[in-house]
Design a protein around this ligand. Structure first.
Ligand code: ADP
Ligand code: MG
Length: 340
């Protein structure tokens, strides 16, 4: 079986489960499974009295994740999102309620972030590639020729018919910065519906933390974006969502310049103001989208947005390595805060 009772191995992305280091952890009946879905590592931890109920929860999560991927992927042929893209500039496409809701939410985040978050970034598809071995840096002409297609205001939503229409030909949407968070939320709902109270679901940089570990709240570490063995801060958390967007997740370096996968929709080039953004909030769909939005907005405008939203907190590492946190967050640091 793909899971085991015992210590949780250290996570490989920005968020880290420190509770796994507690000696008592192994006795709690915690089951862990790691797999790959939606192009990222999925890690599930559940507290259960028997292996069979943990196993049932794991398969329920995998099933739900696969269902969401078949709705929201822009790469898989025939998904509602792929159909919307195929009909860009041609006609509106009716989509399932869930897909309509995510696209509507994405447009709201675009409005709140003044276009820093924009699912029509996908109109640039093919120009950039961050896949190891086939990295691609587009020419300035290519970027300039395509950037005009990136504009969330050209997504036409019909609330009564539940249709989505991309106004111009060759436009495309991509839900890479919001669908994973939504999938994590749905996965946790499946776990809870099976009577499990304490659990963690983590898909890449998006994580939902439910209930508690042995000694109280789960402990989460935020990694230094330039030194993966170093922690910037630790947080005690429970019943909350946490997402991190970082410039070190998917990137390449060319002529000494780092190019990464979070795009500034105004320029068509990677956003430059921050190295990593961690958002804490009530649901993972929101924290996922906001981590990308604030990453693009930068410290000043990003913090302004976070302060205006109730129940949302942020930890931002700016381009010089300085850490900024929103007023509602208390960081306990094991050292390294404010490293220049
Ligand atoms: P990760 O995928 O590592 O969790 P994010 O949640 O920040 O990181 O999402 C980054 C992904 O979102 C990119 O790979 C791309 O698919 C998409 N994306 C890039 N720039 C933007 C943007 N400005 N607005 C919305 N989506 C974006
Ligand atoms: Mg995101």
């Amino acid at each position: 079986m793909g899971f085991f009772i015992k210590r949780i191995p250290l996570a490989i992305t920005a968020l880290l489960l420190l509770s796994s280091l507690l000696p008592s952890f192994a006795q709690a009946g915690l089951f862990f499974k790691k797999t790959t879905i939606m192009g990222t590592d999925l890690e599930i931890t559940v507290s259960a009295s028997e292996a069979s109920s943990a196993e049932a929860a794991f398969s329920s999560v995998s099933e739900e994740m696969a269902r969401i991927e078949s709705l929201m992927s822009e790469w898989m042929e025939g998904t509602p999102v792929a159909e919307v893209n195929r009909n860009a500039g041609i006609k509106p496409v009716a989509v399932p309620d869930e897909v309509f809701k995510i696209i509507s939410d994405a447009v709201l985040i675009s409005e709140a972030s003044n276009g820093a978050f924009d699912i029509t970034w996908a109109s640039m598809r093919g120009l950039w590639s961050f896949a190891p071995g086939s990295e691609r840096l587009p020419s300035k002409e290519e970027v300039d020729g395509r950037i005009g297609l990136v504009d969330y205001r050209d997504i036409v939503l019909d609330r009564s018919k539940k249709t989505v229409f991309l106004k111009r030909k060759y436009m495309a949407i991509g839900l890479g910065a919001i669908a994973k968070g939504y999938a994590v939320d749905r996965a946790m709902k499946r776990i809870i519906s099976r009577g499990i109270k304490d659990a963690i679901v983590k898909a890449g940089g998006d994580m939902r933390v439910q209930g508690r570990g042995d000694d109280g709240p789960w402990k989460i570490g935020i990694r230094d974006p330039r030194d993966k063995d170093k922690l910037l801060a630790t947080l005690d958390v429970s019943n909350i969502s946490i997402s991190t967007s970082g410039d070190y997740e998917r990137f390449f370096v060319k002529d000494g310049v780092l190019y990464h996968h979070i795009m500034d929709p105004k320029t068509g080039y990677p956003a430059r103001g921050t190295r990593s953004v961690t958002i804490i909030g009530p649901d993972t769909e929101t924290t996922d989208a906001l981590s990308t939005a604030v990453f693009v907005m930068g410290v000043e405008a990003g913090m302004e947005l976070i302060k205006s939203l109730k129940g949302i907190e942020a930890v931002i590492v700016d381009s010089s390595g300085l850490i900024h946190s929103s007023p509602g967050i208390s960081l306990s640091s094991p050292g390294g805060l404010g490293r220049p």
